[in-house]
Design a binder for this molecule. Structure first.
Ligand SMILES: NC(=O)C1=CN([C@@H]2O[C@H](COP(=O)(O)OP(=O)(O)OC[C@H]3O[C@@H](n4cnc5c(N)ncnc54)[C@H](O)[C@@H]3O)[C@@H](O)[C@H]2O)[C@@H](O)CC1
Ligand SMILES: [K+]
Length: 508
């Protein structure tokens, strides 16, 4: 949970705290700040002080073990140790390596620590009641092994509270992946901006509660760095949800067309349709195979229904230009028929949400789908795969060993679509490389039909005219927020009904 969004006061855009920096971008921010005349030693002092402040409440009447590494993460650890000792805590510092080998700011901060420095060894965690993990941070360059790995294992086994400096050691801040072994932290204090690894899994779980500290790096350095990853926060898109005028006709709010499944598979389209209506589409129509019309008719009220038999039926439904956004895929069936319908939807130039079977139907011919999308780059397309669908569509063209953020970005670049890759850490990636990481989905959102609801919300926001990346990001967030409202025990039918109270709160 991110509980402390500090604004650095020097720039006023609220959204800037949404920016996520890779470890390389963070090092660049550090370098630019120093070039602007802010001494590195001052940044380190501020960082270490923030770590001490986070550790202090956990360290009542107990010894604090500060584990320091050979770089600047260790330097932050020496500063934290000094502040904790000054606050009256008993502090034991253990260093991976020798003090004489420390360089730069870390060496200066080690010299300012006037207590003992022990070699990091098998006696971890010793008598400590709290651990500060300052072994490796942004400079992690290979899998953790040897004495550092043994110390991490012992600390994790101890169950003691751990305050991690910047990232839990062993966690790659850019990818959220573990390299070798990683510390399981209670609290993580990071600086200036979060990194993708604080939000991506398993990193988010390893960080515990994340605190963001302002250490004096001016926000203006971001003008040079131009970050391309963002935490998916409401400030990014909330202003676009409201049409901003009162004389609204229902057609101003868009008309979503949901391509429905056969008579045995109507639930998915009905969930998507209801969610689209709840998320603010002015009108929603289900286009149904002829034989399924009675089933849909008996279940739909405010959602409209029309015949959509075969590819010709879908084309006929698309003849009305006011139907400006289409959902296709939920329970559509895998095969030629769905492939043809997807191609018809794309050829019609409507905003499109491709989900489930609309993706799997192109397993053997992904290039056909990408070609159809890329033939008209102005037409917004959002794909909403879960990991299995992603693998089926992109497994032969994207490096599946890469981390989730990299995979989603590669898929968006290749396909020309906005890719919303679902999961606890849903990622929205745009073809230009920008990406948003969502972190508000509770575990009970993993339930049958919840993906159909998400597809409907995305379509509603596309129909209302949000740009595709923002429609996808807003939908992922609304979906998570609705699930939080509904609470444990949630079934997919509850999600559309929870959307109004989420929208009401956003409006307020
Ligand atoms: N803006 C910034 O960049 C700031 C950075 N600060 C701190 O500086 C840290 C980054 O410092 P560094 O770049 O020195 O990097 P680290 O201190 O994270 O680690 C680098 C050192 O560890 C060694 N190392 C890396 N991976 C290893 C492994 N698996 N096994 C053994 N040795 C390994 C490297 O050879 C190098 O000596 C940040 O995480 C943060 O804590 C803060 O002091 C404040 C400002
Ligand atoms: K660390």
């Amino acid at each position: 949970m991110i509980n402390d969004w500090k604004r650095d006061g020097r720039r006023s855009r609220v959204t800037e705290v949404n920016e996520l920096l890779t470890t390389a971008e963070m090092a660049e921010a550090d370098r630019l700040a120093i070039a602007l005349g802010i001494p590195g030693i001052e940044l380190m002092e501020n960082a270490g002080r923030a770590v001490a402040a986070a550790a202090l409440p956990l360290a009542r009447g107990t010894e604090v073990l500060v584990m320091c590494g050979p770089g600047n993460n260790g330097g932050d650890g020496f500063v934290a140790a000094r502040h904790l000792a000054a606050a009256g805590r008993k502090v034991r510092v253990m260093l991976l390596g020798e003090v004489g080998r420390l360089r730069g700011d870390a060496a200066v901060m080690a010299a300012r620590w006037d207590g003992d420095v022990h070699l990091l060894g098998p006696d971890v965690p010793g008598a400590a009641g709290v651990v500060v993990d300052a072994l490796f941070g942004a400079g992690l360059s290979k899998p953790v092994d040897g004495a550092a790995a043994a110390a991490i294992e012992a600390v994790n086994r101890s169950g003691l509270p751990v305050v991690a400096v910047d990232v839990p050691t062993g966690l790659d801040g850019s990818s959220g992946q573990v390299r070798g072994i990683a510390v399981r932290a209670t609290r993580t204090v990071t600086f200036f901006r979060l990194k993708p690894g604080h939000l991506l899994m398993p990193g988010r779980d390893l960080c515990g509660e994340v605190r963001l500290a302002d250490i004096g790096i001016p926000g203006s350095v971001l003008d040079d760095i131009r970050p391309s990853a963002f935490a998916n926060r409401r400030e990014i898109w909330a202003g676009r949800l409201c049409l901003g005028r009162r004389d609204i006709h229902k057609y101003d709010r868009g008309h979503v067309l949901v391509v429905g499944g056969d008579q045995w598979n109507t639930g998915a389209a009905r969930l998507a349709a209801r969610a689209a209506l709840r998320a603010g589409a002015g009108l929603v129509t289900v286009a149904s195979p002829t034989a399924a019309l009675p089933v849909y008719a008996s279940h739909l009220t405010s959602v409209m229904l029309r015949d959509g038999e075969g590819v010709e039926g879908v084309k006929a439904a698309l003849a009305d230009p006011r139907r400006n956004a289409v959902v296709i895929g939920p329970a559509a069936g895998v095969g030629d028929a769905t492939r043809d319908k997807v191609c018809a939807v794309l050829a019609a130039g409507r905003s499109a949400v491709l989900d489930a079977d609309a993706l799997t139907s192109f397993e053997a011919s992904p290039e056909q789908l990408f070609g159809a999308i890329l033939s008209d780059r102005a037409r917004p397309v959002v794909m909403t795969p879960h990991e299995g669908e992603f693998r089926r569509l992109f497994g032969s063209v994207v490096d599946m060993d890469a981390d989730k953020l990299a995979r989603a970005r590669a898929a968006a670049r290749l396909s020309g679509a906005v890719v919303l890759l679902k999961g606890t850490d849903t990622i929205v990636a745009a073809p230009d490389g920008k990406a948003w990481i969502n972190d508000n989905a509770p575990e009970w959102l993993a339930t049958a039909g919840s993906g159909d609801v998400l597809a409907g919300i995305v379509a509603a926001l596309l129909a209302r005219g949000l740009p595709a990346p923002l429609a996808a990001a807003a939908a992922a967030w609304l979906h998570g927020a609705a699930a939080l409202r509904a609470g444990p025990g949630l079934i997919a039918e509850d999600l559309p009904e929870a959307i109004p109270s989420v929208l009401r709160e956003l409006r307020n």
